[in-house]
Design a protein around this ligand. Structure first.
Ligand SMILES: [Fe+2]
Ligand SMILES: [Fe+2]
Length: 240
């Protein structure tokens, strides 16, 4: 399988691998993001089996051993599976996650101690500023959270607005409709009384780029699809 590398915002690279067997005939992409800076960060580790191909893709942008930070939104195979392989390949790298995720999982699961981030804390990469925002159970997982890169206005949405297909790396087209269709297919999101409010708070950041883990990244008024997703969740989400 081929991993495509594209720059979606200044110094932010999307690594994208299409898996045709998931949701055929459209297929399903797994995307990681490399945030370049004095202290480069990889957001999403990928599955363990994908590690060799992903390490090769990272090396097109920067030497793997330069990686300083490893991030992901929640603990799950596609998000965090290869975490320890990255830690082994990049001796100065450290996992950065919300304090809750460190307490409940990562202090135990990560081969080196993770950096625990408080709500709203900024990780200064030198040229990029990654703000941690805890979003419990949004899209799923008690420890869930997102990063917002302040200098480019890029929100790393993880599974939020997931959609199928192998579209362009970056699109200005509608992502909400395809995301609602995918949610009806997968039922991946937790719908709690707080889901809509948490999504509205992310929309209030007014992101200019949405970096999506599955599907095309979005350029434009990032608040609009996040508010649309909030409305969809507040209305109860897809039919059971
Ligand atoms: Fe997930
Ligand atoms: Fe995912």
């Amino acid at each position: 399988m081929e991993t495509k590398v594209s720059e979606i915002a200044a110094g932010i690279y999307r690594l994208s691998t299409l898996v045709p067997d998931i949701a055929p005939p459209a297929g399903f992409t797994f995307n990681q993001f490399l945030i370049d800076g004095d202290e480069p960060m990889l957001f999403h580790c990928g599955h363990r089996q994908a590690f060799p191909a992903l390490a090769e893709a990272v090396a097109h942008v920067t030497p793997v051993e330069r990686l300083r930070w490893i991030g992901f939104g929640h603990v799950e195979a596609d998000e965090s599976g290869a975490m320890n392989q990255w830690l082994a390949a990049a001796p100065n790298a450290q996992v950065a996650h919300g304090a809750l995720g460190c307490d409940i999982s990562l202090n135990d699961m990560a081969d080196r101690p993770p950096r625990a981030l408080a709500q709203g804390e900024v990780l200064d990469l030198g040229g990029k500023r990654m703000r941690w925002l805890a979003t419990p159970h949004v899209p799923h997982g008690w420890e869930a959270g997102v990063f917002y890169e302040e200098t480019t206005g890029t929100l790393f949405c993880g599974d939020l607005l997931t959609h199928v297909g192998d579209g362009p790396a970056l699109t200005e087209a509608d992502v909400l409709g395809p995301a609602i269709a995918a949610e009806a297919m997968f039922h991946a999101m937790c719908m709690t009384p707080a889901t809509g409010q948490i999504l509205r708070e992310l929309a209030d950041l007014a992101p200019r780029t949405l970096a999506l883990m599955h599907g095309s990244s979005f350029a434009g008024d990032g608040a609009a699809p996040l508010r649309g997703l909030a409305e969809f969740c507040e209305a109860g989400g897809p039919p059971a």
